[in-house]
Design a protein around this ligand. Sequence first.
Ligand SMILES: [Ca+2]
Ligand SMILES: [Ca+2]
Length: 91
Amino acid sequence: MRNGLAWIVMCCSVVWSQGGGEIGIIEELDSDGDGKLSWEDVINDMGESAGERTEIVETFKIADEDGDNLLNESEANHFVELVNDLPDTEY
Ligand SMILES: [Ca+2]
Ligand SMILES: [Ca+2]
């Protein structure tokens, strides 16, 4: 029992330190490993239908502050926040 708990604590702290406090959305969704999310990466995860929703396309553009059509870590976090604020959309 004690050993099991210790193992869980150790396991969690490893995940914690790797993610720098949180598991990044980029690590989760980045398909080509360039460290940024393209629109395709997002749609692959959200589903084709999301790509047809103009409010999500607009949200991507708003979140992409430097306009390179890729979301870096802070832009991606901003994007998630904005998408979660949209009605009927959870990300
Ligand atoms: Ca990428
Ligand atoms: Ca960008």
